[in-house]
Write a protein that binds this ligand. Sequence first.
Ligand code: HEM
Length: 539
Amino acid sequence: MRSEKSVHIHPTISAQRHRGSAVASGLKIFRSTSRQMFAYIALSILVALLAPLLFTLWNYYNTSLRKIPVAPGAEFLFGHIRLMRTADTGVFQRKWSQTLPFGLFRIQFFLTWRVYVTDPKALSKILMTSAYDYPKPSQTRNFISLLLGQGLLVAEGAEHKKQRRALDSAFSLPRIKEITPIFWGPGRSLIKIWQDMVPSSSEFVRLDVLPWLSRCTLDIIGLAGFDYNFDSLHKPDDPLAHCYNKLFGDTEQFPLSVLLLTALNDYFPLALQLRSRLAYMKNIYRKETEVITQRLLEEKRSQMNRSEKKDILSVLVRDNLGSEDPLNDKEITDQCLTFLAAGHETTSTSLTWTLQRLAENPRVQDKLRRELLEAFPEDRDLSYDEINSLPYLTAVTREVLRLDSPVPSTSRQAQKDDVLCGYDIPKGTVLMIPPCIVHYHPDIWGLDAEQFRPERFIEQGGLPDAAKSPYANLAFLAGPRNCIGQKFALVEMKALLLGMIKEFVFEEDMKGQKVSRMSNMVMRPKSGKLYLKMRRYQA
Ligand code: HEM
């Protein structure tokens, strides 16, 4: 047993000891509380991360989408993504759509599902009758709006209706007829440059056509869109053209990390936002484009009373003056970037694919040239109606847009629970609208669906009934959100083709070698380059 000794201790020492032990026990409590706090924080973070993951897994296994036929060959985590990236755009999707029951099928996108829709009734509901219940997925809108602002391409619901009303007149047939003469300026410049590069009709020159066509359509949308002369055919360093190419000129596929953030967007919306914001903040080009487009708008206003300019922005500013529900400045300048983004690369890649198809099919190229030379042997600027009076030219353009749609697929997101083709579609489901499947489907286009055969559009009975539906031909989509620039794009493509085919002969660079097609938004040649052999045409 320990004997208790009475020891006298000085009061200050005793107080110090007391304080010391109080501090020690305080520290002890603090340590244990902070340990507890740390444990709570760690646990909360774990739950915050695990809960969405568990929820994703739960949804992955229990969703009612599981009744929809599924494409074969998914990996557990990546689903079908890595498989699809090993082939050209649309190759696997077409194979699946033709082996699975027609209408709907689903693919796995990491641990989520995406539903491809090919059934015309379902497409009609998504694109036409219930279009505003199927907006673009929020992640797509967030991503595009960082680059383009809140223009027509990303606006939804009432805001979309308002913007579309304001823009409809600028894209109407009479307005497009008025701006058609503008297309000939850049068209003629391109032909002149190519004539200088290609000296004779006996010698071929090897040429990467895409960058030239891209500069030409940029010059056209600059002049016809807002009376701005990029003149990028002669001056590739124009500041707006430079900004534009920095913003949109990327020809690479999106990296898997961005696709993963997109898949997780519903659970971690901040992650994708943050990544895009960082990329945006690093991007000085967006700021510069804003400054330039604002200056253009001010110019338009100051010229308003003096001129009857025909470009889309001038018409928009004029219409806006008399409107009951006018667009504000920001809404107007955001449209400029939207026209650039939506209307330039789409047309130049379509033209690139047209030249490639004509090079692969010399019979079609000769037949087209005959039609053009017989109808318009003289060299002059043709009107909208003259350009559209050529049936084979129209058929060639339609056939290229069918087989090589520059927008090979787009997406929508169900805003409420619905039923499509007898299957439950829960709110939030991402639905894929795929021209690259629908346009190749033998049940719609017949057994020769994969062949390049423009005649199908002019021969008696050339088209099966199913192919006459507006949901069989989706290059410009359908319904209230279809491409507002459709008439513009078609006449622009035809005018440029007319000039090029009358003047030059195109041949494949590597005979019989298929050019790979790849897309992140617009479908381009895989390397971003497309070489053709070109010589002058001589009768
Ligand atoms: C061959 C050329 C073109 C093709 C294949 C094409 C295709 C498309 C497609 C598929 C859409 C719908 C996208 C979606 O909602 O997911 C669209 C929308 C749009 N396009 Fe085009 N486009 C072309 C040229 C143009 C041109 C030249 C312009 C403008 C001058 C333009 C302006 C627009 C705009 C503003 C929208 C958004 C319409 C809305 O949501 O109301 N496009 N385009």
